[in-house]
Ligand binder design. Sequence first.
Ligand SMILES: Cc1cc2nc3c(=O)[nH]c(=O)nc-3n(C[C@H](O)[C@H](O)[C@H](O)COP(=O)(O)O)c2cc1C
Length: 537
Amino acid sequence: MTRYFVWQLSVVLSVYFGYLLILDSSIAKIWIAFFVFTALGLVGLMDHIQKKHSILRNYPVIGHLRFWLEFIRPEVRQYFLESDGEKLPFSRNQRALVYQRSKNLSDQRPFGTIENVYSNGHEWLSYSNAPSQIAINPNNLRVSIGNQNCAQPYSISVFNISAMSFGSLSANAILALNKGAKLGGFAQDTGEGSVSKYHKVHDGDLIWEIGSGYFGCRFDDGRFDLEKFIQVAADPQIKMIEIKLSQGAKPGHGGILPAAKITTEIAQTRGVPMGVDCISPSRHTAFNNPVEMLEFITALREKSNGKPVGIKLCVGKPDDWFAILKAMIETRLAPDFIVVDGSEGGTGAAPVEFIDHIGMPMRDSLRLIHTTLIAANLRDRVQIGAAGKIISAFDIVRVCSIGADWCNSARGFMFAIGCIQSRTCNTDKCPTGVATQNPLRQRALDPEDKGQRVYHFHHNTLHALSEILMAAGLNHTSELNPDYIMKRDENSIVQPFSKNLMHMEAGSLIDQSPEIAFNGDHCYLASAWRRANPRFW
Ligand SMILES: Cc1cc2nc3c(=O)[nH]c(=O)nc-3n(C[C@H](O)[C@H](O)[C@H](O)COP(=O)(O)O)c2cc1C
């Protein structure tokens, strides 16, 4: 059989049915067959003469099957081939847990674990023989931010919605997330696309993220506009302000929302013109080095009447983080909080190399930031949040034991509002209406119903977290430390997290040489510390 067989057969059948029509033109079925095979014959001709697709040129007509199969491959893989534990990037088990918790269905499992508890990398919590008798109220699992410097400190839940902009998410998605946040008393981060009218319908707590595009507080030329900042920050719904230095999925890259995707509403929300690409530069223009950044943070805190102001970053060179830390030591100024994002983080769209290989993973950055803040005697002034594939209560326990005070989840809450991980956020063709601006597609997402799901996911996760803490004899996530988590390492040796995590003595970066402070084990960090310049990025 030649590769032209289907095309040739279509032409032959077209001629055959054409001949039958000459004999008798009254039979509808023959007309249909004639049109179908004539159309296929013409498609084959077009395939053969076009120059764009080699496959179609070589395999006219039949070559289209390849494109169709490729198109449905993710669905076929997800529904029929993917195993329960395979992470793409979230496993079926992880997604199922969110779906169950958000629908308020039982999350119990029968029969026993399906994990291989003897596999390298397996982790578990050391529970207590004397579990806590006092039930923990999940609503009390909160952390106070900005106590030292802020007139309006914020008591944040230990589990919140991570930054995702209106623009990358649909209006209905934003409505649903904020409704859930309101019902559950937790916070939604606006993402760098600023505060839209959809964030304000349900009055759920907001963290206003300000990226390098200064959306919502910018002059027409893209520079930061303090007056506009003051107006927006005065809104009582905004509880904290977060300056985004970088995002784990695309650190150092900046972003672009193409003109074609900018609706009137997005343009109004961001304060950008229609018909022009909306650019987030790769670096800030309101400050040029760590010292200036701390001065900027201090000014924003003052101009927002004492709301906590912090930064979000994915660590790149340790030198850069150390430059910020040295600036804090030198100026005695500090952000009220730091949100640590990791290279495992999500995005609406980013170049593949950035997604896979740029920036430090969250747990490594978290430990670095937590430990060095202790060594600089600054840990009590700065609270730490963490985001990076946090789905279950055990994920929260793990990051809190490494050093986080609270956690954010972006894709977890996307699952709660119906995301099926089709990974089409960048195409505007999201099948569940979560990550699209297409009005017909986002109709699929009912904000009232999905808002309840957001609430249930948060509530049931914190309920599970309370039960874990009680089993360990604890009352709050703040009591966790790395000794609570055991891990079978790559050599099958069982050790507590504390054995392999970085550790530094309190104040050691102030009163000891960096070589001694970094225990001699991390000489590259001692060199990075020496190199770091608080007046230069
Ligand atoms: C669709 C989407 C949009 C995002 N937009 C932003 C953003 O505007 N600003 C930001 O700092 N992070 C953004 N992120 C990153 C998340 O806030 C979060 O830091 C990261 O995805 C890790 O959390 P996760 O593993 O729970 O998704 C976005 C993530 C997703 C999936």
